[in-house]
Design a binder for this molecule. Sequence first.
Ligand code: WTA
Length: 635
Amino acid sequence: MSNYHIKHLEEYYQVYRKSVRNPDLFWEEVAEEHFLWRKKWDKVLSWDFKKPEIKWFEGAKLNITENCIDRHLTTRANKTAILFEPNNPNEPALHITYKELHERVCKFANVLKSKGIGKGDRVCIYLPMIPELAVSVLACARIGAIHSVVFAGFSATALSTRINDCDAKMVITSDGSYRGDKSIDLKCIVDDALKSCPGVHSVLVVNRTSSEIQMKDGRDFWLQPLLDKADAHCEIEIMDAEDPLFILYTSGSTGMPKGMMHTTAGYMVYTAYTFKNVFQYKENDVYWCTADIGWITGHSYIVYGPLANGATSVMFEGVPSYPDFGRFWEIVEKHKVNQFYTAPTAIRALAKQGVGFVEKHDLSSLKVLGTVGEPINEEAWHWYNDNVGKKKSPIVDTWWQTETGGIMITPIPFATPTKPTYATLPFIGIQPALLDEQGNEITGNQVDGRLCIKFPWPSIARTIWGNHQRYKDTYFSAFENMYFTGDGALRDEVGYYRITGRVDDVIIVSGHNLGTAPIEDAVNEHPAVAESAIVGFPHDVKGFALYGYVTLKETGESRDQDNLRKEINQVITEHIGPIAKLDKIQFTSGLPKTRSGKIMRRILRKIACKETDNLGDTSTLLNPEVVQEIMDNAL
Ligand code: WTA
């Protein structure tokens, strides 16, 4: 029996039991057999969910890029590591071999060093999906700098908040980015952001669009001339197992985005191990995850997990609708993709266009299909299964989070029988629990509750950068001795899990986590707005969309409401980014509040979802009359 590569359901259960009975021994074997260590660990695991403090492979020394690149050079030097497919289908794809990746990463790492970046420094990466994004991530890891990638759809304000929170010294960006038939001036956004980031000393700029941009003397540098001069050899920095690898921001229900900090060894072991099993990757397969590296899915399953396995990982710059809605399938056919991993929102958007675009292409290379980021509805699941997978490629519905670093609940293809809308069984080593609101564990099957995890796994985030108390409060305080996910789930009669959605004020729109409070803060910045409350409502493509209830400062004012709606969305775009725009904005004379002044979101949510039959008790409200007004004018 191989611990590393699970092929049958029986094997899954056996390995699972082993991983739970003796986690230390289990993870030690995986780590020992499949990775390169400069020094082995003194202790596999020490943990305390009360503090909380979690350490894996303490005392070990390694570098993750040696595992992701260097060690493949003897057997896979000429194998494609990264297969770059540009936005424009007429621009040739780029096959970057492991040997070339090694050279690119070393040169980039030397450029970082020449600009004064070293171990422990934070580097903010704000790039489109071009090879330099993966290369710069790896270059940071090679020299022990901590990367913090910010999705290039975020606004200048959102970018500067993240840069300042982690005190980044450097920003890596490009002149512009291509997305479908649009191009975006990224460097201008960075210039704007940096007006309020005194800690940034240097900016490296990739030439992607050759657009007109301004370069600030002494601060901004074109990357290419620096790379041309750089040495193609760069020794790895030897890192401790628990040295930080990266910070990645995710929205919380309130306040600032949370800088989730991941460390080196555990993250590497877990992402590599999950990648191998969840996608059943075989040596010459071509694997494609359509996520952006600006999100955790791209970190773990475009860069680190695949490369640690010596895989070929496709990186796509564009969007699914350009030049037409057949682009994904054209790419699958062109590169003979074997594993395809995407988000339910993309599946729903493509399903809406009919099967014509799918049928035009030969998808016979596909073996495994995956989804991630939000619950997949039954209709989308069947469309994907029937038309893309032709009922022969299992769908892995993978549940996990930025905080978990790697996939947590998922089928193992060809082993676990799938069930539409179910993420099915916990992955090896993962011990889920369902809890009721009082904190009691709900045992047995056919139950639902709040999804928690009882025991640490190697890639759990170790803290929120600069705010350990918030880490403790958010994840370890709701239930004693448990990691609380913020999601609800149910367990069926055979023990399969189905994720039912967030139980807090995070709304997942097109697979992006959005906290309502920061968006409300942005809306309230509009000079005409007095107060606002944002809730989610079901949307046939996005999963959920945002519904804002807004009260104005001068209620009698007869402003053009449509104009005001546009302005409010513009403010959101500036503060957060276009992904947080409101689909519906209802102006109202007041918001329903409890006597202590808290907005009753439950009621607003029901109205937005058109579930007004049972609004529950509204008599305790401070202003019950406003509920009728809101219902009468609901959009
Ligand atoms: C949701 C993405 C249902 C969930 C990797 C989680 C899912 C949040 C699934 C994390 C799934 C992710 N089924 N819901 N398969 N996968 N989610 O941090 O609510 O961007 O808490 O990580 O997405 O989103 P994040």
